[in-house]
Design a binder for this molecule. Sequence first.
Ligand code: SF4
Length: 95
Amino acid sequence: VWDSPAHPYTRALLAAMPSSDPDRRTEKPPISGDPPNPIDPPSGCRFHTRCPFAEPLCANATPKLTALDRMGHEAACYMAVPGSGHSRAPREETA
Ligand code: SF4
């Protein structure tokens, strides 16, 4: 998770950590906007209204939690699902 966060929200959380190193200060907020209303959450991926990588499919359907590797890492993000249709998703392997 620390070395290679797969979900944009995890990346944003890690980027929000303050650094005592002046050369590693965060210049701009990793995410912007207000969190959605939990009583009336947005459609599809709950993070799509604030995600810098959101695409139309993110608002249309909720991504399923998907295993990423044998280490037990999982993410619910179309960018992590091969062949999901997201422009940043890995290509599906063909056998
Ligand atoms: S599914 Fe889409 S909106 Fe949700 S975190 Fe992934 S890229 Fe962002």
